[in-house]
Design a binder for this molecule. Sequence first.
Ligand SMILES: Cc1ncc(C[n+]2csc(CCOP(=O)(O)OP(=O)(O)O)c2C)c(N)n1
Ligand SMILES: [Mg+2]
Length: 652
Amino acid sequence: MKDSTPSDQSASAASATAADAATRPLLVTTDTDGADDITYDDIPTILGAPLSEIQEEDRVHALRGAQILARCLTLEGVDVLFGYPGGANLEIFDVLQEYGIRCIRVEHEQGAAHAAEGFARATGKVGVCLATSGPGATNLVTGIADANSDSIPIVAITGNVPSHLLGKNAFQEVDIVAITTPITKKSFLIDSVANIPTVVRQAFALAAGNRPGPVLIDIPKDIQQHYPRNPEGRYTPPRMPAEIAPPEPPVGPISPSQLEVCCQLLRTARRPILYVGGGVTSSDTAPLLVQLAEKLGCPVTTTIMGLGVFPPDHPLALHALGMHGAKYANVAINEADLVLAVGVRFDDRVTGKVSEFIKHGTIIHIDVDRAELNKNKPVTLPIRADLRQALQQLVEAAQPGDYTDWVRYVTDLKERYPFQVAETRELTPQYAIALLSQMTNGDALVTLGVGQHQMWAMQHYQGRRPRSFLSSSGFGTMGFGLPAAIGAKVGCPERMVIDIDGDGSLNMTIHELSTCHRYGIGVKVVVINNQWLGMVRQWQDMIYKGRRAESSLSDPVTAVKRDGEADIYPDFLTIARGYRVTAERVSRQEDLRAAYERMLADPDEPYVLDIIVRPEENVYPMIPAGATYQDIIMSDDDLAHRTHPNKQGSNI
Ligand SMILES: Cc1ncc(C[n+]2csc(CCOP(=O)(O)OP(=O)(O)O)c2C)c(N)n1
Ligand SMILES: [Mg+2]
């Protein structure tokens, strides 16, 4: 097995096989009744050989690499994966059914990676995707990077060209290990059939361990085809599952001395706040968090990755903070005298200008990953700990101080600055999402595209369950919503799964409607259709004096006419019909409730509801990139009184 030393691995693999080939005697293969399908001039190694090189009496029960891989996957509990076939992974596709592994064949490998993420985000299990070499492998890259940004456990499996062609610019060859090394916890190239079980065990342990994340396994085709054997030609199966040393040392509880300081800070604080994120989601510790908040009587704000871990209607809930978060959350965290940050990473979308963020408060930061501590924001008390143990310790040991005035103050802020839904008879995006939230009782499993609709959903969908607001948060990947919803529905078939998408975002992966139809995956796609790359249009209006370069999605020939449905572009109804998915369009507020009822009637029917919303709505509140909570903009009127909110800009 080789791991991800980026620069030289395929080259060294290639030169090793070339050298082996030169010194090895030519093998005369025997007829094996067609059981041996190897079609190229293969070079057997001592640890892997074609069936013809295995002693005859062993052939009946011998397993080849692809079968060993499939068996190892089942031993990891994998019974479904998301994939797309091609020359370099056909061996694997060929055996999946034999091992009881269901493959959901998507329409583009990016969809396979996002579906694996959706599955993992929704269930907490490791999601698996499978692609062929070259373009198949590179099509996974966006999804792998997305999983890396949000610490999502997936294992991406790629086939590659036969070992002896590695590094030779062979057809559909790419060094996917080198490409993905910076965006995975680890990328493995398997260089021997005997190593498959060890690599698979390590990959799954790493993906799910401590701070979760993506892992890639690249398997050359000959290794999928070969049978492990000893020098005498006897079939020698590797031990399955492999026994491995834990790839990462487990992280323990808070040390007694740090716990003591922590408790003292909480006891003496007057204005504390809990700032919690994806770490609480991925460690499945929401109940402990609620217990801690209630024991202390301490308000809680979450990141987008943390949505759902604290009930939105709880008196201590301050909802989400950050660029488009609640004003009360942003004010509260900046006016707090003690911030207990748990499983968060002080992302720039949360902090704004980081030197001004929590300028006066003391910060305790608890995270499983040491690399996060003091990374973006220097803190008073950095604690590396396993969150389950840490929260348990705090629930037992922490005692509140006197927070009465503070809780009264933030409750008042909450009442004064709620998220706004305009009172109008027009169909606004905020209204559409708030109504969906109400009609599903905040109980749906929601996935998102990226843009304004994502932020409105964050504000107005009152989700009350963890692992139920699946957002490409760190990477901001348009096109995430539909394939992630597919993965989530496969993982949680009993849930109502709704992709709240943008018209631009949906365009990027709409072909996955075919996957919904083909496998009967009942996801609902709610398109918040504003005919714009809305978030881009908003930034252009704010920062580029309204020069809306290339952000319109409407038909350039007919242009948007607000009243004429015929001018909506593209026609998602026709596209959905092409994929044989039921679709409906609604453009009047008074028709929306009944349309939702029809959509929600059968939780297992794939459905597209195209909602034509007021097109030029802006997302507020907004703290411009690199600004502080004091620069928060609450409305268009508010904006009109500013000079330039942000000259620098940053990514959207
Ligand atoms: C793959 C990708 N390309 C570009 C962007 C930059 N971007 C962020 S939001 C956005 C507009 C999204 O439009 P739409 O999906 O219609 O959502 P809306 O903002 O209109 O709700 C763009 C282009 C991105 N986040 N991801
Ligand atoms: Mg849009």
